[in-house]
Write a protein that binds this ligand. Structure first.
Ligand code: XMP
Length: 333
């Protein structure tokens, strides 16, 4: 696949005025490209797909069909937020698919990280393709491709080996042929955020921390079980809540909880209490190739530990991972 390259003369989008000019230009481009045809978009709720959705809603309204696939590996309230913002606030044509059982059934007993990723990526495409086949008159597929994705593809084409396979909605089955609409393909992430704000998307969505495509699936280590996944989702929500309350959310690049498939002995209400440890990871990085550790104040770590062990069923310890990347990758799988 050949991509455009960013012209050296292209000004960096750093202000609302520059964002507005970009938005107006793209609205005209999109209208010219798609005419009165329908456009399909996989809306994950991440910054990139959200900005593309908002841009297309402005350009072509209900000609855009957004499909949000909940693979059961989303963080707490994430799918609900996507529905609230896009269906209720922006009046988007949004198809919501709860495919939790499809994914979790396929993943049952699978412990190898790359096998888990492949199952999630493949099933994601299948669920999305099933929805696409139900729709009529769709000729275009919009994607939240951004410039670093293009640079990465070029690098991989040059033969460098990827450490982990990342997935998006490329590779749809043969019977589904769409022309691509990729309005933010020349933008860097910081520019996407400026455009997102200018489009009126909620700040929490525009500044959302990166979240891997396989979601909590690669943070519920080894073979995923529903009870451990539920504990992970609750513990992660507590961590995010405490980061919000203590001013860390906008300071730290990525922070999350991991739960290994391991139990240790603990004590609760004078009884033996076997539980999982929740592992906290909080990192800062520029490009995710290397990462440093955020020094979370002890008092906040104590508060998070107390809340997770008191509020989440099945967790009896909280650990803090202080290994930078390398040698630790950001995710544990
Ligand atoms: P690692 O763990 O490789 O992560 O240091 C670097 C960044 O990439 C994210 N990540 C993924 N993103 N699909 C994605 O879309 C994946 O399979 C995947 N694995 C890791 C990770 O969250 C971090 O931001």
């Amino acid at each position: 696949m050949s991509y455009q390259t960013r012209p050296e003369t292209m000004e960096r989008i750093t202000t609302p005025a520059l964002a507005k000019a970009f938005i107006d230009e793209q609205i005209a481009e999109i209208r010219k490209q798609v005419g009165d045809k329908r456009v399909l978009l996989a809306l994950s709720g991440g910054v990139d797909s959200s900005v593309v959705a908002a841009l297309l809603i402005k350009a072509i309204g209900k000609q855009l069909v957004c499909v949000h696939v909940n693979h059961g590996l989303m963080r707490k309230n994430e799918s609900e937020n996507v529905i609230e913002v896009f269906r209720n606030q922006l009046d988007a044509n949004l198809v919501y698919v709860d495919a939790t059982d499809r994914f979790l059934d396929l993943l049952a007993g699978v412990s190898d990280p790359e096998s888990k990723r492949k199952i999630i990526g493949k099933e994601f495409i299948e669920v999305f393709a099933d929805e696409a086949r139900k729709l009529e008159g769709v000729e275009f597929l919009a994607q939240g491709t951004i410039y670093p994705d293009i640079l990465e593809s070029i690098k991989q084409a040059e033969g460098k080996k990827a450490v982990k396979s990342h997935h998006n909605v490329g590779g749809l089955p043969e019977d589904l042929k769409f022309e691509l609409v990729e309005p933010i393909q020349l933008l860097f992430k910081d520019e996407v955020r400026v455009v997102g704000e200018a489009l009126g998307l909620p700040r929490a969505m525009v500044y959302r921390q990166p979240f891997p495509g396989p979601g909590l699936g690669v943070r519920c280590l080894g073979a995923i079980t529903r009870d451990r996944l539920a504990a992970l989702r609750e513990a992660d929500a507590i961590l995010r809540d405490e980061f919000d309350k203590n001013g860390l959310a906008e300071k730290v690049w990525q922070y999350f909880v991991i739960i290994p498939d391991l139990k240790s002995v603990g004590v609760k209400d004078d009884s033996r209490y076997e539980g999982w440890p929740a592992i906290i990871r909080a990192v800062n990085t520029k490009d995710a190739m290397t990462a440093s550790i955020e020094e979370i104040p002890y008092a906040i770590l104590h508060k998070i530990t107390a809340r997770i062990t008191a509020e989440v069923e099945g967790i009896n310890r909280v650990l803090y991972d202080i290994k930078p990347k390398p040698t630790g990758t950001i995710e544990w799988e």
